[in-house]
Ligand binder design. Sequence first.
Ligand SMILES: Cc1cc2nc3c(=O)[nH]c(=O)nc-3n(C[C@H](O)[C@H](O)[C@H](O)COP(=O)(O)OP(=O)(O)OC[C@H]3O[C@@H](n4cnc5c(N)ncnc54)[C@H](O)[C@@H]3O)c2cc1C
Length: 412
Amino acid sequence: MAGGGAAGFFAAITCAQAAPGTAVTLLEKGPQFLAKVRISGGGRCNVTHACFEAREFAAHYPRGEQALIAPFKSFQASDTVAWFESRGVKLKMERDGRMFPTTDSSQTIIDCLLGLARAAGVKLILNRAVEGVTRRPEGTFELRLSDGGALECDRLLLATGGCRVPALGQLAVSLGHTLEPPVPSLFTFRLETPWVRELAGVSVEAVEASVPGTGLRERGALLLTHWGLSGPVILRLSAWGARELHGLDYRFPLRLNWLPHLGAEALAAELQSRRDSQPARFVMNTPVAPLTARLWERLARAAGIPGDTRWAALSRAARHQLVQQLLHTELQVTGKNLNKDEFVTCGGVRLSEVSFKTMESRICPGLHFAGELLDIDGLTGGFNFQAAWTTGWLAGQAMAGASRQTNATASN
Ligand SMILES: Cc1cc2nc3c(=O)[nH]c(=O)nc-3n(C[C@H](O)[C@H](O)[C@H](O)COP(=O)(O)OP(=O)(O)OC[C@H]3O[C@@H](n4cnc5c(N)ncnc54)[C@H](O)[C@@H]3O)c2cc1C
């Protein structure tokens, strides 16, 4: 197994437990195992998401949705919860559905996976990269290792993680696979608009964000920051639009509807009723809920309304401008920032080249894949680890099955 991350460990443990006696070796090029698990979820490791229906769960993957439905029917979030619980790690659910170990520490997950791998007899090797692979005519693999050594195996799992640069997918390519070009997913938007930056720290519970000229449209919480815009709605837009926004060089207009629960007519009626019921009050001092006073004031100014305007003096044209501003603010995005808590790579090994029953290559028999090396990426919330657990579990089961078959044939 190449790659000592979540997917590699899950596959190695599954294989070693399902086919005791099989020699399983896990090679990690870095100085520590499970390095991303350690830093994940702000050090708490968001292991999975409390959504227990395969199709619904799969709908959280901008890349991989269709391919993952069947795998989730075999091993989904409830299986992950049961898997960890039966091995002594309890998970808890937060209000938004994210699931963490009850200890709130990713070390709990690391200790569990390392302990299980050792107990199952997995040979764990650090600081050893697989640098090249040759498939022999008889079907075995010869691995060239970074220390100059070599290793032979009947089956090979590549679980080397997201290929942020194409070079990281070269092992798969050398065995005949195609890489979907890598681009970032889960990033936040940079904006130069001064009033947005001045409102850093302000959040709005539900806005609708869309990118004109594309089909991208999402709803959710928005956070204004000192560099631009962040929050779940922006991360979702960045994930679903990873390829399109890359194609636009991350420079595009962004439209925001600050009050998506109100239509244009309802909002116009709300403004009219303010004019009737509180004519003497300043427009700036009477925000429409749930917008905060500071944000309201900025939006009213952006609509061209002077600070000393009272509701009674707000002309029909100005009211129209305000409605437009509240429902269709148009801002210019000038770049991206990667989200510091979680980012994944969109792109990787082409999914049509892999069987999602066994995670085995359709091109190179005996070669399996798991985790982010595949062209699969999910939204934030535990979906990326669940893809690693599920694909790792399927690969481990299939590799164990093949090993049992080989042993049975040999003993006949
Ligand atoms: C900061 C951060 C926080 C995150 N938080 C969350 C979260 O809370 N929840 C969630 O669901 N997702 C989270 N993610 C995403 C999640 O970490 C990844 O999707 C997941 O780790 C992918 O697992 P993997 O095993 O496929 O790859 P990785 O975890 O990247 O592991 C691959 C391993 O392979 C090794 N390797 C690479 N090439 C070779 C080679 N040639 N030979 C040997 N070894 C090699 C690498 O060194 C690495 O250790 C986060 C990501 C980041 C960056």
